[in-house]
Design a protein around this ligand. Structure first.
Ligand SMILES: [Zn+2]
Length: 477
C-alpha cells in the first residue's frame, strides 16, 4: 500500500524511577484527609465503614445538606453548621466536621483523578477515558478485577505493601462520590459545553475541575511541585555532565503559570529554565468526550496539541515540562511537531516515538520518559523530516524509495558530515541509523546550549561538520 508513513521507534532508555515515584506521592491534601479521618472516632477512621449503619448522625446530615442542589456548595456547609448549632453542637466540633467533610471530598476527587484508570471500566473491556456512574457503582461494590487493579496500582507507583489499603480507600471514594450527587454533577459537566449531566465523567472533566482547585492551592504556595524530570545528562565523548533539570522552585513557578493559563484561557508570561520569558497560551479543549486535550501556542503562533491519558496532576507537570523544553526551540523550528500524546501503558521497545505522519511524538509509560533529552531527541526527528529536502506528500514518499534511506529524515548533507567528522558516534544509540545519529546529536547540541559556550566549543571540536549543519538550522540561516 502506498502510505507515506514512517515510524521511528526509540530504544527504551535504562534508568531508575525510584526517586521520581517517591516524590510523586501524596500531596498535602490527602495527608490532611487522613489526619482528619484518623483524629476522629467516626466513620472516616475506617475506610470500609462509611455508608454502613455505623455512620454518625452528624455526617449523614452533612451529606444530605451537601447534596442539596439548590444551594452553592460553599453555603451548604455554613447553613448546615447553623442548623447543627441549634442542636447544641459546639463550634469546635462543627468546624472539625466541616473540615473532615471537605477532606473527604478532596480525597475522593484526588483518588478519582490519580487512580482514574482503575475506575474506568473496572470489570474489564478497556479504557475509554470515561468514568460512568456504573463504573463507580461496580467499584464501590467490589465488583472489579482485583488482580488487574493491583497491577494498575503498581504501574502508578503504589508500593506492594500498600496495594490492599489503597484499593479499600478507592472503594470508599467511589461510594462517597455516588452519595454526593452535587460533586458528581459538577464533575460531569466540567468540560462539557452543553452543561448537561449524563452520568459520564471524562478524564478531561476531572482534569478541568482539579486544575481549578489546584490554582488556588498554587497561588497560596500550598501545592507541592511535580516531580523533577529524569535527565541522564552528558553525551560521550564531549564533556557535558551537568543535569539541567529545573529546581523545585522553578517547577512550582512554571506549574502555577500553566494553571493560570488553562483556567483563564488568556496568555501568561512563562519563563523557561534558561531565563527566556515568553507569552504562552495553554487551553484545555472542551467536549473531547474522554481524555484531556490541551493546546500550547507560543510567540511564533504555531499551536502544538497535547492529548493525554493521564490524570490532572500529571498533566500539570507534563504541560510545564513541555512548555519549558518547547520554548527553548527557536521559533522557526517549532512547526516541526504538531502533536504530543501521553500514553499510560509502557511500550516494550520504546520510551517515546516520533511519527512523521502527523508530525507527532508519543510518550509511553506515563511521565517516566518525559525529560528534556528525550523531548529534544524526538523533536529532532521532526526537524530532520522538515529539512531532508523530500516532501512529506506522496511524491516525497516515492522520492525516498528511489533515493534509498540515505538522507531521509535528516538534514541535507548529514551522511557526508558523519563521514567527515573525526570523533565516533555521539552515543551507542546513534549507531542505529543516520536518523538516530541526527536526533542524538541534536539533543546533545541543545544540552550544550544549556551549558554555555565552553560546552558548545567542545561539541564543535568533536563534530565540526555536523555542528555546522545544526548551528545553521538553529539560527535559521
Ligand atoms: Zn529517535
Amino acid at each position: 500500500m502506498l502510505e507515506p508513513t514512517k515510524i521511528v521507534k526509540e530504544a527504551v532508555l535504562k534508568r531508575t524511577h525510584g526517586s521520581s515515584v517517591g516524590q510523586a506521592g501524596k500531596p498535602s491534601i490527602s495527608q490532611a484527609a487522613q489526619r482528619a479521618a484518623g483524629a476522629s472516632g467516626a466513620s472516616g477512621a475506617n475506610p470500609t465503614k462509611t455508608g454502613s449503619t455505623s455512620e454518625s448522625r452528624s455526617q449523614t446530615e452533612i451529606r444530605r445538606a451537601a447534596s442539596d442542589p439548590s444551594t452553592p456548595s460553599n453555603n451548604k456547609i455554613g447553613g448546615l453548621l447553623k442548623g447543627l448549632q441549634i442542636w447544641g453542637f459546639d463550634e469546635a466540633t462543627l468546624s472539625e466536621l466541616a473540615e473532615r467533610e471537605q477532606a473527604a471530598e478532596n480525597q475522593a476527587l484526588e483518588d478519582l483523578d490519580k487512580y482514574g484508570d482503575l475506575f474506568d471500566n473496572p470489570r474489564g473491556g478497556g479504557r475509554d477515558g470515561i468514568i460512568s456512574t456504573n463504573d463507580l457503582k461496580a467499584f464501590s461494590e467490589g465488583n472489579f478485577n482485583r488482580d488487574a487493579a493491583r497491577n494498575q496500582l503498581v504501574n502508578l507507583g503504589v508500593a506492594e505493601a500498600d496495594l490492599d489499603t489503597t484499593l479499600d480507600r478507592l472503594t470508599e471514594s467511589a461510594s462517597y462520590l455516588l452519595k454526593n450527587e452535587d460533586v458528581l454533577d459538577r464533575l460531569d459537566v466540567a468540560n462539557d459545553r452543553s452543561n448537561r449531566t449524563d452520568g459520564r465523567i471524562s478524564r478531561g472533566d476531572i482534569s478541568r475541575e482539579v486544575f481549578q482547585r489546584q490554582l488556588e492551592q498554587a497561588r497560596n504556595g500550598e501545592l507541592p511541585p511535580g516531580p523533577p524530570a529524569d535527565n541522564r545528562g552528558g553525551y560521550a565523548p564531549t564533556v557535558i555532565t551537568r543535569n539541567s533539570e529545573r529546581t523545585p522552585e522553578v517547577i512550582a513557578q512554571q506549574e502555577l503559570a500553566i494553571l493560570e493559563a488553562v483556567n483563564s484561557g488568556k496568555p501568561v508570561s512563562f519563563t523557561n529554565a534558561n531565563g527566556h520569558t515568553e507569552e504562552l497560551t495553554v487551553r484545555q479543549i472542551q467536549n473531547t468526550g474522554g481524555n484531556a486535550v490541551y493546546e500550547i501556542t507560543g510567540a511564533d503562533g504555531h499551536t502544538m496539541r497535547i492529548e493525554s491519558e493521564l490524570g490532572a496532576s500529571e498533566n500539570r507537570t507534563a504541560l510545564a515540562r513541555l512548555a519549558d523544553y518547547y520554548t527553548q526551540f527557536p521559533e522557526h523550528l517549532r512547526d516541526s511537531v504538531n502533536k504530543i500524546e501521553f500514553r499510560r501503558e509502557p511500550d516494550d521497545t520504546a520510551a517515546a516515538a516520533f511519527y512523521s505522519s502527523g508530525d507527532r511524538i508519543v510518550f509511553y509509560n506515563g511521565l517516566r520518559n518525559l525529560n528534556e533529552e528525550v523531548f529534544d531527541h524526538e523533536f529532532a526527528h521532526g526537524i530532520g523530516y522538515e529539512n531532508d529536502g523530500l516532501g512529506e506528500d506522496v511524491l516525497g514518499y516515492i522520492g525516498r524509495i528511489f533515493t534509498g534511506s540515505a538522507g531521509e529524515g535528516t538534514p541535507k548533507g548529514w551522511t557526508e558530515a558523519i563521514a567527515a567528522d573525526p570523533e565516533p558516534r555521539i552515543s551507542d544509540y546513534a549507531n542505529t541509523n543516520i536518523k538516530e545519529d541526527f536526533a542524538e546529536c541534536w539533543a546533545a547540541y541543545m544540552e550544550a546550549r544549556d551549558n554555555g559556550p565552553e560546552a558548545l566549543a567542545k561539541l564543535e571540536e568533536a563534530y565540526p561538520a555536523r555542528y555546522a549543519i545544526m548551528d545553521e538550522l538553529y539560527h535559521g540561516a
